[in-house]
Structures are given as C-alpha cells and as structure tokens.
Design a protein around this ligand. Structure first.
Ligand code: 5GP
Length: 211
C-alpha cells in the first residue's frame, strides 16, 4: 500500500536544538522533506535565500497571504513568518513526510486546519542545560539570553496541545526517537481511515455473499 505523506510540525525553545535535529533527520533517514519558510526578517550572516528562508519584503509577504499561497503564517518578534503551500502539497502527494519547523501560533493553526498533522515539541533536558546552550552560542548578550528564557517560559504553556515531546539530551538518540515516533504516527486508525473503510467494506461484501 502506498504510504501517504504526513505534515510534521516541530516547535521548541531557542536553544532546544530543534534545528540540528531536523537537519540530521533529513540526512539520516529517507522519506522526509524540509519545508523552507518565507519571512520578512533580514538574513543573518551565512543564511542563503531559498535555503534557510525565502527572504521577502512585507509587500511580497502580504501578497502571498492574499493569494492563499501560505498554509499558515504568524507574526513573531515584529516579522512575518509563513509556510508556502505549493512545496508542502507537492511533497506530501509524492509520499514524503513534510517537516515544518515553526513557532507555536502557526503550529496550532496547522493542527486546526489539518487535524491529521503530527505536532512535536522539542525540549532541552533541563533549564540549566538550556541556559548553557544559549550561553555557548557566544553570540548573545546576557540580556538577550534572559529574554529568550522568559519567552521559553511563556511558550511552555502550550506544550500539552502537542502530540509528542522529544527531550533532546543528545543528538543521536533524539533523532532516532523522533523518527520512530513519526513512523508510529503513520499507524494510528485516524490516519488510515480509507484503508480501514476498505477492509470493512470487503468484509461486508463477503458476509453478504455467504448469506
Ligand atoms: P528565526 O528568526 O530565529 O529563524 O525564527 C524565529 C521563529 O520563527 C522560530 O521559532 C521558528 O521556528 C519560527 N518560524 C520559522 N518559519 C516559520 C513559519 O513558516 N511559520 C511560523 N509560524 N513560524 C516560523
């Protein structure tokens, strides 16, 4: 039976290591496609248009909203971020599981619109470790680190609305667990309604034939 692609939505605090996990997931396993978002924020050093993001103007972004070209979008720290529709639909139709690495407002909108999507929240093993990771990046001041940690406290309020959590203690094991739980998500009754209906119909036909 052809496996249908799922929409996999991944969120997590800054410093949870979700970006590294996603990168490793698509490198280590087949069958995944990583969606590239559109944003109005400026590129950071080293970021490439079309790889990390499609960097666009506010006008271009608003145009995309109007023409229905985004499956979700959100405003985050004074910039727009959104998921282009075409790539997601093409890849899912080709049987790929499409990964969206997006913040919580967008994630919850996706779940509302596509109830069969799988929402995963990546967490650090502890707050002490989160602080250590943010500090080790070496790019942020103590003030920025504090802001990020206070945002994490706010964001943590919605974790229960996600389907799964992945505690990112070390990359190898976390990527494997992430892949395993996506595999398991494919096999829930709710994501296999057509198959189950067909089995039932066939059984009914057989029953009728015998009586
Ligand atoms: P950054 O500016 O650090 O790259 O991303 C800021 C936040 O925006 C992150 O939490 C990231 O996951 C989220 N984000 C990136 N792309 C999208 C998107 O297409 N939609 C939504 N809703 N959030 C996104």
């Amino acid at each position: 039976m052809e496996k249908k692609g799922l929409l996999i939505v991944v969120s997590g605090f800054a410093g949870s290591g979700k970006g590294t996990l996603m990168k490793r997931l698509v490198e280590d396993y087949e069958g995944y496609a990583l969606s590239v978002s559109m944003t109005t924020r400026k590129p950071r050093p080293g970021e490439v248009h079309g790889r990390e993001y499609f960097f666009v103007s506010k006008e271009e972004f608003e145009q995309k909203i109007e023409t229905g070209g985004l499956i979700e979008y959100a405003s985050y720290v004074e910039n727009y971020y959104g998921t282009p529709r075409d790539y997601v639909e093409e890849q899912m139709a080709a049987g790929k599981d499409v990964i969206l690495e997006i913040e919580i407002q967008g994630a919850l909108k996706v779940k509302e619109r596509f109830p069969e999507s799988v929402l995963i929240y990546v967490l650090p093993p502890s707050v002490k470790e989160l602080y250590r990771r943010l500090k080790n990046r070496g790019t942020e001041t103590e003030d920025v680190i504090r802001k990020r940690m206070s945002r994490a406290a706010e964001e943590s309020g919605v974790i229960e609305r996600y389907d799964y959590i992945v505690i990112n203690d070390e990359v190898e094991g976390s990527v494997r667990r992430l892949h395993n739980l996506i595999e398991a998500a494919h096999d829930t009754p709710g994501r296999n309604e057509e198959f189950i209906r067909n089995i039932r119909d066939d059984l009914e036909q057989l029953w009728k034939g015998e009586n």
